[in-house]
Design a protein around this ligand. Structure first.
Ligand SMILES: Cc1cc2nc3c(=O)[nH]c(=O)nc-3n(C[C@H](O)[C@H](O)[C@H](O)COP(=O)(O)OP(=O)(O)OC[C@H]3O[C@@H](n4cnc5c(N)ncnc54)[C@H](O)[C@@H]3O)c2cc1C
Ligand SMILES: NC(=O)c1ccc[n+]([C@@H]2O[C@H](COP(=O)([O-])OP(=O)(O)OC[C@H]3O[C@@H](n4cnc5c(N)ncnc54)[C@H](OP(=O)(O)O)[C@@H]3O)[C@@H](O)[C@H]2O)c1
Length: 467
């Protein structure tokens, strides 16, 4: 197909959803330019998945293959909405696809939330995974007890990371600054707080089981918090996987302490009311409401305060209560749900479809689901793009494109590259990421580590330039 005849898609965000979409778009005959704010690809696979779960990261091999296909180009280090406007992409591409994830954290809205010693999981996880934005975050691990608020898999990742033996971490790709901090950490006890009961926890069984096998930490549950109300018991009865999870929790409650140096305590029916601070403004504890469950008309069990309260002393609080999207300039945003409004992946503006603009991944459906969930999600969106193409609806320069932008008329490979070079001379091609990847792996190899991550943008760009 000639360059002029081939339709072009711009995909914004090189996480799993963006990459799955790239694969499907290439398959459907599009030329694809993939943009990411970072010089490194893979989104939360690089900056979210826990360092002690290396097998999960092997999925990037599939994306490596996508990146080697004809018609694919990567422009790393280009933040859309900052370096380049979405309207400028609309002027140059037949389809623009948002796959930017949901980088912000949910707020608890309680006093003390932003105090020193209280950190969002988004920052904590990015810090230990070496995301450049959080590489300089200073975290005080010179405390004995941490409280992790939330009952999802991210909460369990955080709890596990806080008690892992540094020798186990030393063979992972954890960021060097975090490895040093974990090695010097005084944290011994981690309490994980769920606002609802054990049957409503969002974490999954393998992750819960993993807590029971930690090398230097016991896991405990409070037997008094495990009995199920009638509605929870019915839910457990109907779900074999949930039965395994509840059995596991009962087993944890019955375990005698082994004498391990560290402990992870799972506590249910506890909502944070206030993060308590000392005179120096640092976290000293969490005041929690003891909850009971109340059946809602829609069948959901909601946590309601029983009137009783408790205080849990601690020096560190990690708030792992879910993520939310960030509004991009010029892109519709549903502030309540924290995502881009859409109908099956077609972006909606005031309930009308913005032809030629699409969305996939967490920013399309909300921040839940594992890496593989994004494949189906991306396929749905790409099916919408292909249907719009086949209906003759895709036309470069439509919609919000700036008609006064003469450069937009020429959307050849060379013209696009020249335009990006002029707009942000630092864009990193896939070969540049290959250079970073090789550098990181070479640095890790002598230490038996998969890689030593570069966490500084200037260093990354120096490596790309061959420095
Ligand atoms: C802490 C954590 C641990 C997880 N662990 C696992 C696990 O072990 N196993 C599992 O299966 N799933 C795991 N998940 C879930 C999985 O990571 C997500 O399902 C998946 O990453 C969502 O993909 P996404 O492409 O929508 O978003 P993301 O992965 O967040 O990718 C979004 C990309 O967009 C880029 N971007 C954002 N804004 C812009 C912009 N303006 N311009 C250009 N680029 C931009 C970002 O840099 C990023 O690369 C985990 C999630 C979290 C939060
Ligand atoms: N190993 C893995 O496979 C892995 C690892 C990490 C993440 N992930 C996936 O990534 C996705 C996101 O994980 P996540 O843990 O961020 O989100 P999540 O699964 O949605 O869990 C969020 C937790 O926060 C709680 N919460 C929300 N608001 C709260 C509040 N105000 N006070 C107290 N608790 C509150 C929720 O309780 P309620 O239920 O009561 O709302 C829930 O327990 C999930 O799909 C997860 O499975 C997978």
């Amino acid at each position: 197909m000639s360059e002029a005849a081939q339709l072009r898609a711009a995909v914004i965000g090189a996480g799993p959803s963006g990459f799955y979409a790239c694969g499907a778009l290439l398959q459907a005959g599009f030329a694809v330019d993939l943009f990411d704010a970072l010089p490194t690809p893979f989104g939360l696979i690089r900056s979210g998945v826990a360092p002690d779960h290396p097998k999960i990261k092997l999925v990037t091999r599939v994306f490596d293959k996508t990146a080697k296909r004809d018609g694919f180009r990567f422009f790393g280090g280009v933040e859309i909405g900052v370096d380049v406007a979405v309207a400028e992409l609309r002027a140059r591409y037949d389809a623009v696809l948002h796959a930017v994830g949901t980088p912000h954290d949910n707020q608890l809205g309680i006093p003390g939330e932003d105090a020193r010693g209280s950190v969002a999981s988004s920052a904590f996880v990015s810090w230990y995974n070496g995301h450049p934005t959080h590489a300089d975050t200073s975290l005080d691990l010179d405390v004995e007890r941490a409280v992790v608020i939330g009952n999802g898999n991210v909460a369990l990742d955080v709890a596990r990371m806080l008690v892992l033996d540094p020798d186990e971490l030393r063979t992972t790709d954890v960021a060097d600054h975090a490895l040093d901090a974990f090695a010097g950490s005084r944290v011994r006890d981690v309490t994980v707080l769920g606002r609802r009961g054990p049957a409503q926890a969002a974490f999954t069984t393998p992750e819960l089981a993993e807590l029971g096998r930690l090398s230097r930490a016991d896991v405990s549950a409070d037997a008094a918090q495990l009995p199920l109300d009638a509605a929870s018991a019915a839910a457990v009865e109907a779900d074999p996987e949930l039965q395994v999870r509840i059995e596991l929790l009962r087993e944890y409650a019955a375990r005698a302490p082994s004498g391990a140096s560290h402990n992870v305590a799972l506590r249910f029916l506890r909502s944070p009311r206030e993060i308590l601070l000392g005179e120096d403004g640092r976290v000293t504890g969490v005041r929690v409401a003891v909850n009971r469950l109340e059946l809602q008309p829609d069948g959901r069990l909601a946590a309601r305060p029983s009137g009783e309260e408790e205080t849990i002393p601690c020096g560190l609080v990690v708030r792992a209560v879910g993520y939310r999207g960030r509004a991009l300039p010029g892109v519709p945003f549903d502030d309540e749900r924290g995502l881009i409004p859409n109908a099956g992946g077609r972006v909606l503006e005031d309930d009308a479809i913005r032809v030629g603009e699409y969305v996939t991944g967490w920013v399309k459906r909300g921040p839940s689901g594992v890496i593989g969930t994004n494949k189906q999600c991306a396929l749905e969106t790409v099916a919408a793009i292909v249907a719009d193409r086949d209906a003759g609806l895709l036309a470069r320069g439509d919609g919000s494109a700036d008609a006064s932008d003469p450069a937009a008329a020429d959307a050849s490979d060379a013209a696009l590259e020249a335009w990006l070079e002029e707009r942000c001379g630092h864009a990193v091609a896939w070969s540049g990421w290959d250079a970073i990847d090789a550098h990181e792996q070479a640095a890790g190899e002598p230490h038996g580590r998969p890689r030593v991550k570069l966490v500084d943008l200037d260093r990354m760009h120096a490596v790309v330039r061959g420095g």
